[in-house]
Design a protein around this ligand. Structure first.
Ligand code: SF4
Ligand code: SF4
Ligand code: SF4
Length: 192
C-alpha cells in the first residue's frame, strides 16, 4: 500500500497552498484518500505529476490550469529600506524563512525560502519582491531543499499547535480565576 509519506516525498514542499490544501502533506493525504487529483500542484509541474502517476500506477495528465501555472523557482527579497517592521510576512511564512522583530527591519533567509509567495500579499508597503533563482540547482541540491522545507514546515506546525494549546490553557486559567473570584464574592455577601 502506498503511504502518505511516499506521496508527500514527491511533492515540492513549497507549501504554497495552490493545490487547494494548506500545504504539501495535506494534499498528499487527500491524494491518498482519493479526494484530490494528482495534477493540482503547479510548483511540481508535469514532472511531479508523472512521478505521482508512476507511484500510484495511474495515467499521467497535464497540470490542471485552475490551480495555477508552473514557473521556475523564485525566492523572496525584502527591500529593507522600505520595511516598516510590521511582522505580517513572518506570520505568513510557512517555513519560518524570515528574520525580524516588531518595528525592526526584516530579511529573508534565501536558502530557506521555498518561493511560495505567501508573504507578498500581506505586506502593507509592497516591499517584498520575488526574484528568479540566480543559479540552477542540481538534483541533489533540490532534494536537500525539499527535505529542509519539509522539516521547517513541520517544526512550525508543531510550534503553532503548542502555542494554540498554551493560549487555550491561559484562557481556561483566567476563566477559572474569574469563577473563583465570583464565588468568593458570593460567600462574602451571604456572610454579611
Ligand atoms: S507545493 Fe504548493 S501546490 Fe504543490 S503540493 Fe505543496 S502546497 Fe500544494
Ligand atoms: S519568505 Fe515568503 S516566499 Fe519565501 S518561503 Fe517565506 S513566505 Fe514563502
Ligand atoms: S510585511 Fe513588509 S513591511 Fe511588514 S515586516 Fe514584512 S517586509 Fe516589512
Amino acid at each position: 500500500m502506498i503511504s502518505i509519506d511516499q506521496i508527500n516525498a514527491i511533492l515540492p514542499q513549497t507549501q504554497c497552498g495552490q493545490c487547494g490544501y494548506k500545504g504539501c502533506k495535506p494534499y498528499a493525504e487527500a491524494i491518498a484518500l482519493g479526494r484530490a487529483d494528482i495534477n493540482q500542484c503547479p510548483p511540481g509541474g508535469d514532472e511531479g505529476i508523472l512521478e505521482l502517476a508512476t507511484l500510484l500506477e495511474l495515467k499521467t495528465k497535464p497540470l490542471n490550469p485552475e490551480f495555477g501555472v508552473h514557473k521556475p523557482k523564485h525566492v523572496a527579497f525584502i527591500v529593507e529600506e522600505d520595511c516598516i517592521g510590521c511582522a505580517k510576512c513572518i506570520a505568513a511564512c510557512p517555513v519560518d524563512a524570515i528574520l525580524g522583530a516588531a518595528k525592526l527591519m526584516h530579511t529573508v533567509i534565501s536558502a530557506e525560502c521555498t518561493g511560495c509567495e505567501l508573504c507578498v500579499a500581506p505586506c502593507p508597503v509592497d516591499c517584498i519582491e520575488m526574484k528568479p533563482l540566480s543559479i540552477a540547482l542540481s538534483l541533489a541540491q533540490k532534494s536537500a531543499c525539499k527535505m529542509t522545507a519539509m522539516r521547517r514546515y513541520e517544526a512550525r506546525n508543531r510550534r503553532k499547535a503548542y502555542e494554540a494549546l498554551e493560549k487555550a490553557e491561559k484562557v481556561r486559567k483566567q476563566k477559572e480565576a474569574l469563577l473563583l473570584m465570583h464565588s468568593d464574592t458570593g460567600i462574602d455577601r451571604s456572610s454579611a
